[in-house]
Design a protein around this ligand. Structure first.
Ligand code: 9MR
Length: 554
């Protein structure tokens, strides 16, 4: 006698890999046993719940239902006591569609284009943000480009729910997509998701990456090699369609972080395109080295919004992505330049030994991106460097696996900050790379738990990707979704997720479950602190869904 579908059985709402670890979390279970029910309503597997634990981050008692021993493909539900979950899939390829929709979200966020119905269906939209008339803001003036000079910085992706384009955040996002391709090229070479370029013989993911790299290239001052921090309107636009967001556009101040992130991504792109587009690859590398030279001389230029009007130009109040510590950016850029050129000079500055700890990557902490590149490079890295970088990845992976082992939800995340959903996936990116190097099964399982988490095995019951799963965000903080007249949000986007900080000025503190950080999430448009989307958050979703799927298939 099954009473109701309950939100208290937290599953990966998309599904599970057939022969891999398969776990659900059951909140306040009313029985010690659970069963797996097939689509004809027959029980096919019985199990005993693992120990119930209290999680202070969610205020819940949680037990894990482990059905890893059940390996038959099909559609199932989990029953525990009187309650039953939604249907989910067990198969060889549960994440293939997700890889495509998460990747396609970048197309939906392209600037300097229209989206025609044949490629975007109901999400079609008019031409917007040509970015061919962009003012050099007074904060970015130089002798060759005085304030007010008009330049052109087209293409690229809108960063998030807003219409601006930021080099720093593009840096980690593009790196992560490039790595997704490099580590899983066999998978991506066989996938297509109906882009305007789909017929051009280049894999869709590479076409998408190129769309943004072209924009990044335009952000370099050809005179001195320095890179502007962002292409932006003066303030965030209203919640209008892209084509109606017509505020004047500026490039704003050059900075060390933007310039080094640019150098890293262009160097990495030059390696990516060397075989297929050699002339283009050479240009990219030249630009990367030029950026490096600027940063070597301008090694401590932080970015801050110019918050007062200057020389007839407005104050700028859009996203900051400001960072004061550049050691990690230097390490990352020098690593990618070393891998692209083989020149030792790039390894003579900051080295692995200069870091006490390596952190899980985020837009402001990028040293571990260099580590992943070094440890996964097939050529051109000395055995010593390769070992050193692999060992450091192992240290992070061990730390995360320790958290995972005892966590009530069996996940690696226990702190919730802005974009927490991307953090658990970036943890997964480190873990899966450590798994590839060392073959430790627990690293794989801990990485997989991060995907389970964002797809529903979490304290909110949401599958955090739009258009996926049985309960997903509807009112995302995303201007195109809010203004297109279509009820469902643009698909394939990961929202930021639970975040107990920074909520004061969006929907109001009282709207949130402040005392339970893991449940501090709101599916409301006002909630930019928890329900916005962003290119740097979607990228590890692309990385993890493709890598877990591809690692499994091979
Ligand atoms: O993801 C960013 C987060 O780490 C910062 O704490 C926050 C405040 O500076 O900004 C976030 O990035 C936003 C950016 O500044 C503008 N576009 C939307 C981004 C996601 O909210």
């Amino acid at each position: 006698n099954i009473e109701q579908v309950t939100p208290d059985i937290r599953i990966n709402q998309i599904g599970y890999l057939q022969h891999a670890k398969k776990q659900a979390a059951i909140v306040e279970p009313t029985s010690n046993n659970f069963s797996l029910i097939n689509s004809s309503n027959e029980p096919v597997f019985e199990g005993v719940l693992l120990e119930t634990k209290y999680w202070n981050k969610s205020g819940e008692k949680v037990a894990i239902a482990d059905f890893s021993a059940f390996n038959e493909s099909g559609t199932y539900r989990i029953q525990c006591g009187e309650t039953i979950s939604h249907f989910f899939e067990i198969s060889h390829t549960p994440y293939l569609e997700l890889v495509k929709s998460a990747s396609k979200s970048y197309y939906y966020n392209r600037a300097s284009t229209s989206l025609d119905p044949s490629h975007s269906g109901i999400y079609h939209r008019g031409y917007a943000h040509p970015d061919t008339l962009v003012y050099v803001h007074a904060s970015a003036a130089s002798s060759s480009r005085p304030a007010g000079t008009i330049i052109s910085t087209p293409y690229g992706w809108y960063d998030a729910g807003d219409y601006n384009k930021y080099v720093v955040n593009s840096g980690i996002a593009t790196y992560t997509l490039i790595s997704a391709y490099q580590h899983n090229s066999g998978l991506f070479d066989s996938l297509t998701w109906n882009l305007p370029e789909s017929d051009n013989q280049v894999p869709d993911l590479l076409d998408e990456i190129m769309w943004n790299v072209r924009w990044m290239e335009s952000m370099q001052d050809p005179e001195d090699g320095g890179v502007y921090h962002k292409t932006t309107s003066a303030s965030f636009e209203n919640f209008v369609a892209p084509s109606e967001a017509t505020g004047e556009r500026y490039v704003v101040a050059k900075g060390t972080a933007a310039t080094l992130d640019f150098a890293a991504v262009l160097a990495k792109s030059s390696v990516l395109f060397r075989a297929t587009h050699p002339a283009y690859a050479a240009q990219l590398l030249e630009k990367a080295e030029k950026a490096w030279r600027w940063a070597s001389v301008n090694s401590r230029v932080p970015f801050e919004n110019p918050n007062v009007a200057m020389a007839g130009h407005p104050a700028i109040s859009t996203g900051g992505y400001g960072d004061l510590d550049f050691r990690d950016e230097f390490f990352w850029a020098s690593t990618e330049l070393y891998l692209a050129t083989g020149r030792d000079i790039y390894m003579q500055g900051i080295t692995i030994d200069d870091f006490q700890i390596f952190r899980v990557p985020s837009w402001a902490s990028v040293e571990t991106l260099g580590l992943i590149s070094l440890s996964s490079a097939r050529m051109g890295v000395s055995e010593k460097l390769n070992k050193q970088s692999s060992d450091q990845l192992m240290v992070i992976a061990d730390r995360l696996t320790n958290v995972w082992r005892t966590a009530p939800y069996k996940i690696t995340l226990d702190e919730f900050t802005w974009g927490s959903n991307s953090e658990i996936l970036n943890q997964g990116m480190v873990l899966i790379n450590a798994y590839r190097l060392f073959g430790n099964r627990e690293f794989y399982e801990a990485a997989l738990s991060g995907l389970d988490y964002v797809l529903g095995r979490n304290a909110t019951g949401y599958c955090f990707v739009t258009g996926e799963g049985s309960l997903s965000p509807q009112k995302v903080h995303h201007r195109p979704s809010a203004s297109d007249g279509v009820e469902a949000p643009v698909p394939g986007m990961l929202v930021g997720g639970p975040n107990p900080r920074n909520v004061n000025d969006d929907c109001g503190r009282q709207a949130y479950m402040m005392s339970h950080p893991a449940r501090c999430y709101l599916d409301e448009e006002c909630s930019y602190s928890t329900n916005e989307v962003a290119i740097n958050w979607n990228a590890p979703l692309v990385y993890m869904s493709s890598t877990l799927q591809a690692t499994y298939l091979h």
